[in-house]
Design a binder for this molecule. Structure first.
Ligand code: FAD
Length: 479
């Protein structure tokens, strides 16, 4: 290969990309590129020499080879709903965004193997719908499912509301097709549940946030559609009571238990304040509310009788203060709406500090108690917005400005200190500073602080072995 790097400019690269995939799919005008250059939370805005929109795996490979030749970094992007700034380029203008959204074909569905093979740019909701049409369930589910893509889901190892029963994106993927940083295509589209033939490359690319190569297609696992779903809310006095109820729910319902979501009273107050059409489901006020969902392969009556027996015990022993079961699909939707409107209500209330943390389930009560106290001491009046996937040990542990306070001034004064308090506490409890959203560019320094030198050295060794020119999503995950 001729070394064109010393002569090459971004303009040469962009011209070569136009030749490779057609000028219509190489965007450079500010009006066309703007939406690709800012992240969903509007926290980061970058610049890029171009936004590239290939339509096939071969075109992706051709662009990656051009990027290597011209030494141009590539920032893969799917639906751009990521919450860690991973899909946003830096401000150098020397990288290009590689949008995968035109790779949007469902290649095949194998009912007997319970698998679906889709390209990276297929929107998650479209995979769910195609599976449903075939009488199957693709259980990955999150509030951004109408716009996030399978490539992004796998690159971030997305979680969501079905993890308790079905696992996160990693557990739902059997095989991958990947374009390597050298522009070669690795066809690992195997639909196998068992395959012990050496290093697991698939698992290396899942969760790598685009820093090791470009995912272009995947074989995903399907599950049977449940015959019925039962959604309920239970009111409790404390996070520890919620943990005890979780243990009880697991004992009664085993694999039928598909969601166990915690919401503090303040979360629901915020939802009520900003979305008054969403009704608080209990007469009195309660410190904590959990949303429980059972998915039953037998019938709704079966799920209901199981739930009622469980609640009888929980009410008798004083574990639960009150409980309500959805009587219709609309009511079930209303319960989920309460849960899903918490981040939106927080945004309405004003700027806030977000933490997406994981701790062992058994530590959740102690973590919340200790960390709430440390935050109250450091930033008096700060309001805690604590909710999340309790059954996965994953909390959205967010801090809202004191009532009537100035959010900008609060963040400027307290953000760094409060992040430190939360992450130190997470670390002490054996947890993770990013349970779902990844590191992106948001948490690189925090990750470097809490990961051991051995782990960081191994991660760097993998990165430099696979991507020696460091052109795959530069500046993300690792410095
Ligand atoms: P993008 O945002 O485009 O990219 C995310 C990362 O993946 C970037 O680093 C990007 O470079 C990389 N990437 C994208 N496509 C590829 C590819 N084909 N090959 C290699 N790398 C690639 N996340 C959860 O885990 N659980 C939730 O419950 C959840 N809820 C959310 C709710 C809302 C309202 C929003 C806005 C986001 C939520 N998220 C959640 C975060 C986000 O939706 C997920 O991370 C999602 O998986 C990202 O998919 P995407 O296609 O938008 O990826």
């Amino acid at each position: 290969m001729t070394d064109t790097t010393s002569l090459s400019t971004p303009t040469d690269f962009v011209a070569a990309c136009r030749d490779a995939i057609g000028a219509a799919h190489v965007l450079t005008d500010a009006a066309d590129t703007a939406a690709y250059l800012t992240d969903w939370r509007h926290r980061y805005t970058g610049t890029a020499c171009a936004v590239l929109r290939p339509g096939t795996t071969d075109e992706v490979a051709a662009l990656v080879r051009l990027a290597a030749t011209h030494r141009v970094g590539l920032v893969p992007q799917g639906g751009n709903t990521g919450l860690a700034g991973g899909a946003t380029p830096d401000t150098s203008g020397k990288t290009a965004v590689l949008s995968l959204t035109r790779l949007n074909r469902i290649r095949s569905l194998d009912v007997h193997n319970n698998t679906i093979t889709v390209e990276a740019g297929v929107v998650l909701a479209d995979v769910q719908a195609r599976a449903r049409d075939a009488g199957r369930l693709f259980p990955l589910s999150l509030a951004a499912e109408g716009s996030c893509t399978i490539g992004g889901n796998l690159a971030t190892n997305a979680g969501g509301t079905g993890v308790l029963r079905y696992g996160n994106a990693r557990e739902l993927c059997l095989g991958l097709e990947v374009v390597t940083p050298q522009g070669e295509i690795w066809d690992g589209l195997r639909g196998l549940r068992k395959d012990n033939t050496g290093y697991d490359l698939r698992d290396l690319y899942i969760g790598a946030e685009g820093t090791l190569g470009i995912i272009t297609a995947a074989v995903l696992k399907l599950h049977p559609q449940p015959a019925a779903r039962l959604t309920s809310l239970a009111a409790l006095a404390s996070p520890q009571a919620a943990l005890d109820l979780f243990a009880l729910a697991e004992r009664y319902s085993g694999p039928l238990l598909t969601a166990f979501e915690l919401m503090s009273d303040f979360c629901l107050q915020l939802v009520g304040k900003h979305f008054s059409q969403l009704r608080y489901p209990f007469d009195g006020q309660h410190a904590q509310v959990v949303l429980i969902e059972l998915s039953d392969s037998e019938s709704e009556a079966h799920a209901r009788s199981l739930f009622e027996r469980m609640m009888e015990e929980a009410l008798e022993t004083g574990l639960v203060e009150d409980a309500v079961v959805a009587e219709s699909l609309a009511q079930s939707r209303a319960f989920w709406d309460l849960r899903e409107h918490i981040p939106l209500a927080q945004a309405e209330e004003g700027l806030n500090i977000k933490h997406d943390i994981g701790v062992p389930i058994s530590r959740i009560g102690a973590f919340i108690e200790e960390t709430d106290a440390a935050i109250a001491a450091a930033a008096p009046g700060a309001r805690m917005v604590t909710f999340g996937h309790l059954g996965d040990g994953n909390l959205h542990y967010n801090v809202q400005t004191p009532e009537g306070g100035d959010p900008k001034a609060f963040l400027a004064q307290y953000q760094a200190a409060l992040n430190r308090i939360v992450y130190d506490s997470v670390h002490r409890h054996g947890g993770s500073i990013s349970a779902e959203h990844g590191l992106g560019q948001l948490k690189i320094d925090d990750a470097a602080r809490y990961k051991s030198p051995v782990e960081l050295t191994l991660m760097r060794a993998i990165k430099s072995a696979l991507d020696p020119l460091s052109l795959m999503n530069p500046g993300k995950v690792l410095r």
